[in-house]
Design a protein around this ligand. Sequence first.
Ligand code: NCD
Length: 309
Amino acid sequence: MLKGKHLLEPTDLSLQELEDIFNLADSIIKNPKAYLDCCKGRLLATLFYEPSTRTRFSFEAAMLRLGGQVIGFSEPNSSSVSKGETISDTIRTIACYADIAVMRHPKEGAPRLASKYSNIPVINAGDGGHQHPTQTLTDLLTIRSLKQNISNHVIGICGDLKFGRTAHSLVKALSRYKSMTFIFISPPELKIPDYIIDEVKGHQLIQTSSLEEVIPQLDILYMTRIQRERFFNEEEYLRLKGYFVLDNKKLSLAKKDMIILHPLPRVDEIAKEVDTDKRAVYFKQARYGMYVRMALILKLLGDDTCVKN
Ligand code: NCD
């Protein structure tokens, strides 16, 4: 039973619970109108202490498409946070008004702290350079929908693997599936942290700083942006930005059925010319993100039985 649970890391969900969420997302995709009233009278709170486009809007769109409503802030300075209110007090107050809360915060662990004081489900929408579980649900649903299954793939994860929370969550989640090969492609300065490598047990693992070298092997290429806001030093960011650029020339080396994912926003790591290639599925991926969040909200609120499949 997912009802009432928090989602802080992707592994908070069992493989069966993930499968149930994806199956529900599939049903919503097939017949979205059937779910129009499932969250009538419910309220979702979005607490965004850090900027966002996709994650916040997709949660809001998800709730609205389920017939629920949304409150929240996208800018902590417009709330009592600017007066020095603690996370524990903010969440305890929000829990008096809303049925479910989504939190993004620049500090690692902030949503976990909030969950300890909350009697409504708290969803981590990205905590610093740590985890981003609902982006991972998006990524997994995209892979499952476009590649038929999640297991048995060679995945290249490219970019800022040190600070990129989407990469961390994705690796953690994928390491529970069978026969994966992980190829981590990053500048040496932005290598994936050891605590994430520790998750990749029993799978093949390669680390490299050359995208060209490994692109022919990949079934999935997961591009990420260099995370400017996490650098301590602007010079270092400027030196590393532009390290990887996926363009048509590099793409010509890849398999014809490889898919390119990106959590977005993109800066310059994927050239615009790539967008028209059928392997570029990152905007489709954003749409899957909304459907999987609809399914997640329904499950955590226990409203998933409102439509009999
Ligand atoms: C990602 C994030 O916020 O971590 N964006 C998103 O949620 N889709 C990736 C990023 O900001 O680079």
